[in-house]
Design a protein around this ligand. Structure first.
Ligand code: ATP
Ligand code: MG
Length: 394
């Protein structure tokens, strides 16, 4: 069984001076991802990241596939610096890899051995190692053929200071950057399809996420809040835990409903959401907001609306979905595991207060005029006072 894994992490290599810091972050995130799988070690060995774990390989690979920053994982044999042991290990590795290959009828299995020797004390050169191990594999597997250009299976042999690593498989990772490497942002998380995907995409770029949810109790019940917690739990698979701020939004909505023109309700509610988010972001050291908005989906997502809503804050707003179609967003939601939870039918706070004809092109002066009827500072303070913080773990 494989209990050693070599980790590839492409993009980090591009980041020059940041590299040690990124590597440390990645190792920490890997350790956290593996912490519940039994005993595991993450080390830096000869300039590579290596995981040792007693857990089931499928489980280890599943956990590591959710750690951003990892480009690929190769389950590996760690062998002594001994040609017989390495040849036998290469044979085992080739057989294991071949078991996963479906050959077209009549085709033969092709392979090549690719040796790299960083340990120059080892008595054979790389071409000699390739030749010896290749010969051994050909002797032991009938019908096997060498193909140095496009082999079906490539057996890698890395001769290092104290060990030899032998591997063939390369399981793709999630890519991106390690969460936490790019600072922190506050995700406006509704119970819908879009915002969880937006949060995932921000995390993929190394941004640590806290979530904020606006809650209209009792108009939306405990179940809709539980759904948001479930979405945090799923997102936490990619980062271990998420801090969720639940903001009591009902009083603000009622005040807007009572005092302001109906067609501006959505605009005004969003302006309040943004103001509250900016303040909580400030308290938490988050440097940006993240939303699931894209352009043109609904009334509040025209550029005119966004401009009027955005006007009340100074913090940057990231909208990772802006270039995606709905179908692409749904496909992504399915892949990351949030879709089924997102489509559960519980009310969203805004649908309850939705006007029949929301303004699609609100003007800034209109919004500012309408807000004269509200005591904004008092409303914000009241909502912040009643905000509850929860830590949601995967
Ligand atoms: P989603 O699928 O994320 O609900 P949506 O397509 O329904 O998005 P809107 O309802 O216009 O779009 O919301 C736009 C964005 O505003 C959401 O993606 C989310 O980031 C934020 N948002 C909306 N409602 C809430 C809420 N109750 N709590 C927190 N954020 C919210
Ligand atoms: Mg929504």
């Amino acid at each position: 069984m494989y209990n050693t894994y070599l980790i590839r992490y492409g993009e980090i290599g591009l980041k020059g001076k940041n590299r040690p810091q990124f590597e440390r972050r990645l190792m920490e995130n890997m350790r956290r991802a593996l912490s519940k799988t039994g005993s595991s070690r993450v080390e830096r060995v000869y300039g590579r990241l290596v995981v040792e774990s007693d857990a089931e390989p499928a489980q280890v690979l599943d956990r590591l596939s959710k750690v951003f920053g990892i480009v690929g994982v190769s389950p590996t044999l760690r062998l002594p610096l001994d040609m017989q042991a390495v040849s036998d290990g290469a044979l085992q590795t080739l057989k294991d890899a071949a078991a996963l290959v479906q050959l077209p009828p009549g085709a033969s299995l092709t392979f090549k051995v690719e040796a790299r020797r960083s340990n120059k004390m080892f008595p054979l050169t790389s071409p000699e190692i390739n030749g010896q191990i290749g010969g051994y594999l050909l002797e032991n597997i009938p019908g096997l053929q060498v193909d140095v250009h496009k082999p079906i299976i490539k057996v890698n042999v890395e001769i290092r200071e104290k060990n030899t690593f032998v591997y063939a498989a390369d399981v793709p990772g999630a890519g991106g950057l390690p969460v936490g490497a790019s600072g922190k942002a506050l995700l406006l998380l509704s119970g819908g399809i879009d915002s969880p995907v937006a949060g995932w995409m921000a995390m993929k770029r190394g941004i640590e996420i806290e979530a904020i949810h606006f809650y209209s109790f009792p108009f939306t019940g405990e179940k809709s809040l539980e759904k948001v917690r479930d979405l945090c739990r799923i997102l936490a698979n990619y980062t271990a835990r998420i801090k969720l701020h639940v903001v009591h939004f009902t009083d603000i909505q009622k005040e807007i409903q009572k005092n302001c023109p109906e067609e501006l309700r959505v605009t005004l509610m969003r302006r309040m959401m943004f103001r509250l988010s900016e303040r909580i972001a400030g308290q938490q050291g988050a440097l940006a907001l993240v939303t699931g908005e894209s352009v043109g989906q609904v009334a509040s997502q025209t550029l005119e609306s966004m401009q009027v809503i955005n006007h009340v804050i100074n913090i940057p707003v990231l909208r990772p979905l802006v270039g995606m179609d709905k179908v692409e967003i749904i496909t992504r939601a399915q892949a990351i595991g949030t879709f089924e939870t997102s489509v559960l039918p519980y009310e969203d706070c805004c649908t309850l207060f939705l006007p029949k004809h929301p303004a699609t092109r609100p003007r800034l002066e209109q919004a500012e005029q309408a807000e004269q009827a509200l005591n904004i500072e008092e409303l914000l303070a009241g909502a912040l006072d009643r905000t509850i913080v929860e830590i949601i773990k995967s």
